[in-house]
Design a protein around this ligand. Structure first.
Ligand code: UTP
Length: 296
C-alpha cells in the first residue's frame, strides 16, 4: 500500500501590493494590519500550526520587511520588557518568534498569485502543501485548514476551500463547477471538481461555491504553473494553473464550516474588527456597550 502523504508545509503568498487598502498599505504590508491587536498574517500562521503544518514559507516582496521582523526575535523589546518586569507581555512577544520555523522567498515582481506560489517551489519540494491567503481570516469551530487536512488524508488530492455565495456577489469570486459528494464522512461538504470558472456573471455561475483563500495542493501544481500562460491582468493566475492540473489529477472543493472575513477589503476589515473584538474576554463587554450606545 502507498504511504499516505502528509501536509507539513504552509505557503503564505504575501507579495501583493494591497491596492484596495491604500494609503495604509503604501509603506505597510496589508498582512500586518492588526485585527484587534494581532497582525492578520499571525491568525493564518496559527491556523496552519493548528492544522499540523510546522514549516511556514512566506513569499514576500519589496516593502514587506515588517513581516520578517514580526516573526523574528526582538532583543531590544524583550530586554526592555524583562527589565520592567512585564512578564505577561514578554511571553506574548516571545511566543511569536518561538512559534514557528519560517523560511522566506522573494517574489521580485507581483506577477500574480500563481507566480507567487511558483516562487516557493524549491522550499516546498516534492510534497503536498497548503496555501493560505492571509487576508482571508477564517473563524470556525475547527480551524479551516485543519478541516481541509482531514479531507486530504482521505482524498490524497488537491483541495480548494469554498463557501456558498448566493446572488450577484458570486461574480467577484472564482467558482467551482463540481458535483457534491453526498453523505459520507464529510457530510456533503466535499465536491468533486470538474472545472473552475473565474468571476462568472451571476447567470453563468456553475454553482454557488466560491473559492476562498485556502488550498491544499499536490506538487504537480508546480509543473502545471510552469506552463500556464499569463491570464487576466497579465498575471499568472493560480486558478488557471489548477484548471490545467485538473486534466491530470482530481481536485476537490471543501465547503468549510466557519465564517470568512475578507480583511483585504476595507468594509470586510471593519466588520472583522468588530466581530473579533466582541468575542474577546477583555474587550467584548465594553465593546458591546459602546456599540449599543451608538445612535444609529
Ligand atoms: P490579492 O489580489 O488579494 O492581493 O491577492 P493584493 O494584490 O495584494 O491586493 P489588492 O487586490 O491590490 O488590494 C491574494 C494574495 O496573493 C498575494 C497577496 O499578497 C495576497 O495575499 N499575491 C498576489 C502575491 O503574493 N503576489 C502577487 O503577485 C499577487
Amino acid at each position: 500500500m502507498k504511504t499516505k502523504m502528509k501536509v507539513r508545509k504552509a505557503v503564505f503568498p504575501a507579495a501583493g501590493l494591497g491596492t484596495r487598502f491604500l494609503p495604509a498599505t503604501k509603506s505597510m504590508p496589508k498582512e500586518m494590519l492588526p485585527l484587534v491587536d494581532k497582525p492578520i498574517i499571525q491568525y493564518g500562521v496559527e491556523e496552519a500550526l493548528a492544522a499540523g503544518c510546522d514549516q511556514i514559507i512566506i513569499v514576500t516582496g519589496r516593502g514587506k520587511a515588517a513581516i520578517e521582523d514580526h516573526f523574528d526575535q526582538s532583543y531590544e523589546l524583550e530586554s526592555l520588557l524583562q527589565e520592567k518586569g512585564k512578564s505577561d507581555l514578554l511571553a506574548i512577544v516571545r511566543q511569536i518568534s518561538d512559534m514557528i520555523h519560517v523560511a522566506y522567498v522573494r517574489q521580485k515582481q507581483a506577477l500574480g498569485l500563481g507566480h507567487a506560489v511558483l516562487m516557493a517551489r524549491e522550499l516546498v519540494g516534492n510534497e503536498p502543501f497548503a496555501v493560505l491567503l492571509a487576508d482571508d481570516v477564517i473563524d470556525g469551530p475547527k480551524p479551516c485548514l485543519k478541516q481541509m487536512v482531514e479531507a486530504f488524508e482521505e482524498t490524497q488530492s488537491s483541495i480548494i476551500a469554498t463557501q456558498a455565495v448566493d446572488g450577484p456577489m458570486i461574480s467577484s469570486y472564482g467558482v467551482i463547477d463540481g458535483k457534491q459528494i453526498k453523505g459520507g464522512k464529510f457530510g456533503g461538504r466535499l465536491f468533486d471538481v470538474k472545472n473552475l470558472v473565474e468571476k462568472p456573471k451571476m447567470e453563468d455561475a456553475p454553482s454557488n461555491q466560491a473559492i476562498i483563500g485556502r488550498y491544499i495542493l499536490t506538487p504537480e501544481i508546480f509543473k502545471t504553473l510552469d506552463r500556464t500562460p499569463l491570464g487576466a491582468g497579465g498575471e499568472l493566475q493560480l486558478t488557471d494553473g489548477m484548471r490545467l492540473l485538473l486534466k491530470k489529477e482530481k481536485i476537490y472543493g471543501y465547503n468549510f464550516e466557519g465564517v470568512r472575513h475578507d480583511t483585504g477589503d476595507k468594509l470586510g476589515f471593519l466588520k472583522a474588527t468588530v466581530e473579533f473584538a466582541l468575542k474577546r474576554k477583555d474587550l467584548g463587554k465594553p465593546m458591546r456597550e459602546y456599540l449599543k450606545g451608538l445612535k444609529l
